[in-house]
Design a protein around this ligand. Structure first.
Ligand code: BEZ
Length: 325
């Protein structure tokens, strides 16, 4: 009897292992608009997954916050209502503060350096905590260049930022940075920024070169300050619940392709960032370049706050030192 049970069990396990992966129609959400580098990478991921799975799997990409803002999408990932997202590390850092270390002001000397930091084993290792702390699986990093400041008024020194209603992405590290500068940081999701700047609801915005150029934010500003003050990583996420239901074969394929396509965004920004900045500098908007000195002791203040909040800051500083050129 025992032998029969064992045999039946054995063949059931054998059958399960030999079973072809189930066809899945995945939903992938992001907040970026359709022509954005991240959205195009998500579409390319979907196309390659369909091809490599022989048409078994498909991905429908929902850009421009169609499924909700990032906080809402992260919740949907946790419950399994959403399968995948290409999401700012900023949002993840609201749940897992270690990730705040990526936003150490001037951690990266330039965009190539930011790329090397993000591609380090140490940075990748930080994703290991995500299933337990956030309920999602992180499969790789992308980025959106370095951060700049766009202002409706003149900005000749950091004192000119004091009291300004300055739009920020809703996350703590950037809030702490602008608070240290005496600005009035105003958290606002990306899709709301254009109108807020155009109609004067905010005085200034924290933004990257791609969007300053492509969405023409500079047209509603007197000054663009190229400060390169922070990197802006993205992470490719799969719902932990959805992941648990995938076959090993599907996990391997999805892990490979998400990592490949989010990483491709790093190459895009390294290749294109300077062009966007040059084109912004050539407009009639006043364009100034500044370095860490411009921000006075705000950088030191930020470091003091975040050495308490993030356990990964020293590690990423070591990585930055080891990968600087
Ligand atoms: C932002 O909040 O500024 C942002 C979000 C996603 C991609 C690029 C920028």
């Amino acid at each position: 009897m025992k032998t029969i049970t064992k045999t039946l069990l054995g063949s059931a396990i054998g059958l399960a292992m030999a079973m072809p992966a189930m066809a899945e129609e995945f939903r992938l959400g992001l907040i970026t608009p359709p022509p954005h580098v991240w959205t195009r990478a998500a579409e390319a991921f979907g196309a390659e997954l369909a091809e490599r799975s022989g048409g078994e799997h498909s991905v429908t990409v929902f850009p421009a916050q169609q499924l909700g803002n990032e906080a809402e999408m992260l919740q949907q990932l946790q419950t399994g209502a959403l399968d995948m997202a290409f999401m700012t590390v900023a949002e993840v850092s609201n749940r897992a503060p270690d990730f705040g270390a990526f936003y150490a002001p001037f951690l990266a000397n330039d965009i190539e350096h930011a790329a090397r930091i993000l591609r380090s084993d140490e940075a990748k290792g930080m994703m290991d905590q995500l299933p337990a702390t956030v309920g999602v699986v992180g499969l790789g990093y992308g980025m959106a260049g370095l951060r700049q400041i766009v202002s409706r008024g003149d900005v000749a020194s950091a004192e000119d930022l004091a009291g300004l209603k300055l739009r920020i992405t809703p996350f703590a590290p950037i809030l702490d940075f602008y608070n240290a500068l005496g600005a009035a940081p105003t958290p606002m999701p990306l899709p709301d920024v254009y109108d807020a700047l155009a109609n004067g609801q905010v005085d200034a915005i924290d933004m990257d070169a791609e969007l300053i150029w492509l969405l023409k934010y500079y047209e509603h500003a007197d000054t663009v300050v190229q400060s390169d003050h922070m990197m802006f990583p993205m992470v490719g996420l799969v719902s932990g619940r959805v992941w648990a239901g995938l076959s090993d074969e599907d996990k391997a394929l999805i892990a490979e392709l998400v990592a490949k396509h989010v990483d491709s965004t790093i190459d895009s920004y390294v290749a294109l960032e300077q062009d966007w900045l040059d084109q912004i500098a050539a407009t009639e908007t006043t364009y100034t370049r500044v370095d860490a000195d411009f921000f006075g002791d705000a950088v030191a203040q930020w470091n003091a706050i975040w050495s308490e909040k993030s356990g990964a800051l020293d590690m990423l500083r070591d990585v930055a030192a080891a990968t600087a050129e």
